[in-house]
Design a protein around this ligand. Structure first.
Ligand SMILES: NC(=O)c1ccc[n+]([C@@H]2O[C@H](COP(=O)([O-])OP(=O)(O)OC[C@H]3O[C@@H](n4cnc5c(N)ncnc54)[C@H](O)[C@@H]3O)[C@@H](O)[C@H]2O)c1
Length: 293
């Protein structure tokens, strides 16, 4: 099964990164958004990231222009009709995603494959919103997509073998390292990572340490590249909060439940780096100031 034209649904943090690596690997990419302003914002981010790669000499200025030339943005789902693979990275909300799948299913070609980048929602549930269960997989990238090597390729009970293997090979063509996993909430990485991040918030709530001290401790004590609060702000508190709801609903275990502080920061609209405030304040992005809650 050849995959040449790729549709990316959503041009936020993840969708823009996925579009960038896919165009960098030589594929033609059409990115669908709800409004032009989100395409502009996402493409500006891509431009900045490509400029950094060009500065470092990873790509030439000419390659940068060619990559940009392979990227198209649209707000019209009809523009995806020729795509062979649809990679969905819209907001982590099951109802929004189901609505999107039902709409896209009706306009794209019958043999197109759907891949969701969801972090926590059941791939099987999303698949059921379409009429192509055997052509539906999870393709879970990591943030920031241009730098992170891992992709989890998720199979449901209904995924056809050739579809799964084609998507697995596609991930390799992007220069990523795919791993195989099944449709269990959180897959491999979030199943293990999310309880750790939530425990860091609980430790803070219980007065174990300050935000910068917990971050520093986990960096220097465990050799992690960043501490849990820096990582939470980077991933997005809204996304993390939604993930906790889905995981708690699935497992009914406290380790997957949102601590009150996470919920309150989300209700306040403090989503982390993307809104300028989360566990840290990013008024000066080079010098984040830890919050005291
Ligand atoms: N943030 C992370 O670190 C991370 C990592 C892996 C996977 N994910 C998953 O990737 C997905 C996207 O997360 P994100 O962090 O990029 O979120 P985001 O909020 O940065 O971007 C979501 C984008 O989707 C767009 N959108 C919403 N409804 C849409 C629709 N109907 N059609 C087209 N576009 C629509 C929004 O306008 C927004 O630009 C989620 O499923 C999330 O779980 C996130």
């Amino acid at each position: 099964m050849e995959m040449r034209k790729i549709g990316v649904l959503g041009c936020g943090l993840m969708g823009s990164g996925i579009a960038q690596v896919t165009a960098t690997a030589g594929f033609d990419v059409t990115v669908l958004e709800v409004e032009q302003k989100f395409i502009d914002k996402g493409f500006a981010g891509i431009e900045k990231s490509l400029a950094k790669f060009a500065e470092k000499g990873t790509i030439t200025a000419q390659q940068k222009d060619e990559i940009r030339g392979r990227l198209k943005g649209t707000t019209n789902a009809q523009d995806l009709r020729d795509c062979d693979l649809m990679i969905e990275a819209i907001i982590e909300n099951v109802e929004e995603k189901k609505k999107m799948y039902a709409a896209i299913d009706a306009v794209v070609k019958k043999d197109a494959v759907f891949a969701s980048n969801t972090s926590s929602i059941s791939i099987t549930e999303l698949m059921a919103a379409t009429k192509r269960p055997e052509r539906f997989v999870g393709l879970h990238f990591f943030n920031p997509v241009p730098l992170m090597k891992l992709v989890e390729v998720v199979r449901t009970v209904a995924t056809a073998n050739d579809v799964y293997e084609s998507v697995f090979e596609f991930a390799k063509k992007l220069g990523k390292v795919p791993v195989r996993t099944s449709d269990k909430t959180g897959f491999i990485v979030n199943r293990l990572l999310v309880p750790y991040l939530l425990d860091a918030i609980r430790a803070y709530e219980e007065g174990v340490g300050s935000i910068p001290d917990i971050d520093q401790a986990m960096k220097l004590g465990c050799g992690y590249p960043m501490g849990p609060f820096t990582l939470l702000d980077f991933v997005g508190l809204d996304t993390t909060y939604y993930i906790t709801q889905v995981m708690y609903d699935e497992f009914k275990e406290r380790r997957f439940a949102s601590p009150p502080l996470l919920k309150r920061l989300v209700m306040a609209g403090w989503y982390g780096r993307k809104t300028g405030k989360g566990f840290y304040d990013y008024a000066d992005p080079n010098n984040p100031v830890p919050g005291k809650f």
